[in-house]
Structures are given as structure tokens and as C-alpha cells.
Design a binder for this molecule. Structure first.
Ligand code: FES
Length: 116
């Protein structure tokens, strides 16, 4: 299994009509292209991942772990996700998430089903 970042942009996450912050898909795609991250860490934009109450949700997934993040509301949150992917691309065993995201981690034990 490869490493990937799964960013939810589903029925709740990113749904401004429900009062949730927009998911900056264009920004993420541009950053992934700028740093050539896709060959190391795939960027996947997904429909609902399940825990809608944690909007906006993303997962940092590697062979060893999946780290769920919720309540992502600022551009800095997504910049930190780019930082994580760049660190993984540079140092394949460094899966530590940036400090800025630590308080956004939550546990989820169900298997991830990506809907894109
Ligand atoms: S819409 Fe993102 S978890 Fe449901």
C-alpha cells in the first residue's frame, strides 16, 4: 500500500452551504504538483469518509498508520498537511505530524472506504 493523504470534500466537509469552511482543493493540487509529491504521497479527494461531525476531515495514511484529522478550518491546517507530505517524501520513515495539527487528531477504528 502506498502513502496517501485523503481529503474529504463530501456532504459536510467543505460544504459552505452548511456553514463549513471550503476545502482548498486547488491549493492542495497546486502544492502537490509544485513539489512533485504524487510519486511519494498520493493526494486523494474523497466524498464522505464517515465522521461528518468532525468536519473538515482528512487522513494521513501510510503502510503503518492512519492518522485522522478533524476540524480543519484554516489554510494553515492544509499547509501543515503539505508539510507532512513533503517530510514523508524527503524522509520516508518520518510520519510525525506537524505540531500545528496535533490537537486535530482523533481516533477512528473503522476501515476507510474512499469514495471519489
Ligand atoms: S462529509 Fe467528510 S466525513 Fe462526512
Amino acid at each position: 500500500m502506498s502513502k496517501d493523504v485523503i481529503v474529504c470534500n463530501g456532504c459536510c466537509c467543505g460544504n459552505t452551504g452548511k456553514g463549513h469552511p471550503e476545502v482548498p482543493i486547488k491549493f492542495l493540487t497546486e502544492e502537490w504538483n509544485k513539489y512533485g509529491l504524487n510519486e511519494h504521497v498520493k493526494l486523494r479527494i474523497s466524498k464522505c469518509l464517515g465522521p461528518c461531525s468532525m468536519h473538515n476531515v482528512s487522513i494521513l495514511r501510510t503502510e503503518e498508520s492512519q492518522q485522522w484529522l478533524g476540524n480543519l478550518s484554516q489554510k494553515e491546517h492544509y499547509e501543515s498537511i503539505v508539510e507532512w507530505a513533503r517530510n514523508v517524501a524527503k524522509n520516508k520513515n518520518n510520519y510525525d505530524i506537524p505540531n500545528f495539527l496535533l490537537s486535530h487528531k482523533f481516533e477512528r477504528f473503522e476501515e476507510v472506504v474512499i469514495r471519489d
